[in-house]
Design a protein around this ligand. Structure first.
Ligand SMILES: [Ca+2]
Ligand SMILES: [Ca+2]
Ligand SMILES: [Ca+2]
Ligand SMILES: [Ca+2]
Length: 608
């Protein structure tokens, strides 16, 4: 280990003093790589770009004893950290260094901080759920990483959150800037259904209690709304998960199921109208927030069919429903709950954690409760223009609700295309992004579906990391003889003119043969003949076989192919067109115990 510096020193001595370094000298040995260290006591660091090929020993010689050459920082630019006397003004020092022929430039080693966007709302520092600094006895980072997420975006008024609650102070100064309103009714005639949507005077939402457009006030609803979408960075009060959004107020969170259905019905109608009118009418509701329910009720018993129906129907137009589970420490898997144990895939069931990531007062369920969010001592808006702290699953849920709208606001073009074509699938994808990107919490591993607490930043990164493909997996895969389900991944770009789609089948048995199928249809039928898995493509459409058999490699059995989009082998060969959705699946052999057919799940790509 000691030989290298000595050798380099010898080389350095041989170098010309004026920095005109021979390439041959460099080629004989790698340059010195001093370990990175902070500036030693009594020195300051300066970043210096030296002439190409000039290496540390020569630099040290050229600079003389008052400088100490530190590590090379950036090879391609020949940038070094150089330590200089601390008492010299750094600007003068840089200017002095730049006079030297071997120096291209010098700059200060400016301190940097990890960039996190903090709003100027004065109470932000108390909002541990968004950013936990350990305030008030909490655990640092037991939070949803909101400031990190706000580096990526701060929400958008293109997306509407329906607060289905007891009502709200809709003109609270920290909520008013983000209030959804129905322009035709606001500027219309009282007593007249100005926009013809079937609801008279629905200016800011609907009141299902009295079936009119006057929204009652409610402490609970005002608080919930602020968590999801109090205006951020307005030098006032609190900040919501979204600084910018649209809050629609729908009163109807207690009483009987009929009230709730009337409330959901309004939301659904407004979204359907928005879709059918091309965005000129109605409201682009992407999520509802609900914190009510029927304790200890079995949603699947046959006594509550309208609940799942409503969630599925709202889901089909791209609305996820975030629901607060019970505020008691029961296992919802066992005792049941409506709606948080209802089976609709469009529900996000939420339990609450505190400033130490502990669940103390709220229900759980490994198969029913999707995730946790901060819900203990949450600061938010309250009526009569005030603020205050409340606790409950009701306070946890709007963090998740806000996250749904937030992810929508970050959607890259591929996701926007999917959302336009299949809003229900886009909703399910957002749910998956949220659940797949929680912060794992050991105690929640067996108490929630996801095993953790919401992390807005991680989910936002997942949304942004969708490349140009926006591929969506479907169908689900069956366990094969390795104990793993064969899976398929697609990567590349959905622009057909780029033609760079790649398919990768993974988790197959090793050294088994596989080929890839393509079809514009989907199918979900068990394959005949004692085989395992499900054929997921076809559905009455032709199925093409994209490749000759290829053999999987590696212990986990991987196969990858590049797809020629100009020649999908569906007799005759077919060129993929923009606007088409194609579905792909891997079909592989599995020896279990005899040779059988087996399948990966399916992956769907909308090309543009
Ligand atoms: Ca954090
Ligand atoms: Ca109306
Ligand atoms: Ca009216
Ligand atoms: Ca504010």
């Amino acid at each position: 280990m000691n030989r290298l510096p000595a050798l380099l020193f010898a080389l350095g001595c041989a170098l010309p003093i004026q920095g005109q370094v021979s390439v041959q000298a460099q080629a004989q040995a790698p340059p010195s790589e001093a370990p990175y260290t902070a500036a030693p006591a009594g020195t300051q660091g300066v970043i210096v770009r030296f002439q190409a090929n000039l290496e540390a020993p020569a630099i040290q010689r050229l600079l003389g004893p008052s400088f100490q050459v530190g590590p090379r920082l950036y090879k391609a630019l020949n940038l070094y950290l150089v330590f200089a006397p601390a008492d010299e003004p750094s600007e003068a020092l840089c200017a002095q260094l730049e006079l030297r022929p071997e120096v291209i430039y010098a700059q200060q080693d400016h301190p940097i901080v990890e960039r996190q966007t903090s709003p100027n709302d004065p109470s932000f520092s108390q909002m541990y759920g968004l950013s936990n600094t350990g305030q008030s006895g909490g655990t640092a980072d037991a939070d949803i990483d909101a400031p990190e997420a706000w580096d990526l975006g701060t929400g958008s008024q293109d997306f509407v959150i329906a607060i289905v609650d007891g009502g709200a102070q809709t003109d609270h100064p920290d909520l008013l800037p983000n209030r959804w309103s129905n322009a035709a009714e606001v500027s219309g005639v009282n007593g007249v259904d100005d926009d013809g949507n079937g609801y008279v005077d629905d200016k800011y939402g609907w009141d299902a209690y009295s079936n009119d457009g006057t929204i009652p006030s409610s402490s609970h609803g005002t608080h919930v709304a602020g968590t999801a979408g109090a205006r951020g960075n307005n030098s006032l009060g609190v900040v919501g998960v979204n600084w910018n959004t649209r809050l629609m107020y729908v009163a109807g969170s207690s009483g009987t199921t009929s009230t709730v259905l009337l409330a959901y019905g309004y939301v659904r109608d407004q979204k359907a109208l928005w879709l059918s009118s091309g965005g000129t009418q109605g409201a682009n509701v992407v999520v509802t927030n609900s914190s009510f329910g029927v304790d200890n009720a079995n949603c699947q018993s046959g006594s509550y069919p309208a609940w799942n129906d409503a969630y599925d129907d709202m889901g089909s137009v791209g609305i996820l429903s975030c629901a607060a589970t019970a505020n008691n420490t029961t296992n919802i898997d066992v005792v049941g709950d409506v709606p948080t144990a209802c089976s609709s895939p469009y529900i996000l069931s939420v339990t609450a954690t505190n400033r130490n990531d502990a669940r103390t007062f709220s229900a759980y369920g490994q198969t029913t409760i999707d995730l946790a969010a901060p819900g203990d001592s949450i600061l938010s808006t309250l009526p009569t223009n005030t603020y205050g702290t409340l606790s409950g699953t009701s306070m946890a849920t709007p963090h998740v609700t806000g996250a749904v709208a937030f992810l929508h606001s970050l959607a890259p073009p591929a996701f926007q295309a999917l959302r336009a074509q299949n809003p229900g699938q886009a909703a399910l994808d957002i749910k998956a992004m949220l659940l797949d990107n929680v912060d794992p919490i050991a105690s929640l591993a067996t108490q929630t579906v996801s095993g953790g607490r919401l992390n807005l930043f991680a989910a936002a990164q997942a949304m942004l990391s969708l490349d140009g493909l926006g591929a969506v997996n479907f169908c689900g895969a069956f366990t094969n003889s390795t104990g793993l389900p064969g899976a398929i991944e697609a990567s590349g770009d959905a622009d057909v003119t780029l033609n760079n789609l790649s398919l990768r089948a993974t988790q197959l048995p090793a050294f088994q043969f596989c080929y890839f199928l393509a079809s514009q249809g989907q199918d979900l039928v068990a394959f005949a003949g004692g085989s395992q898995g499900i054929l997921c493509v076809g559905g009455g459409q032709p199925i093409g076989r994209l490749s000759a058999q290829v053999q999987s490699s590696g212990a986990l059995g991987e196969v990858q192919i590049q797809v020629d989009l100009t020649h999908i082998p569906i007799n005759p060969d077919y060129a993929v067109m923009a606007g088409e959705t194609w579905n792909f699946q891997g079909w592989y052999r599995d020896v279990n115990p005899a040779n059988t057919s087996n399948f990966t799940d399916g992956v769907s790509v909308l090309f543009h």
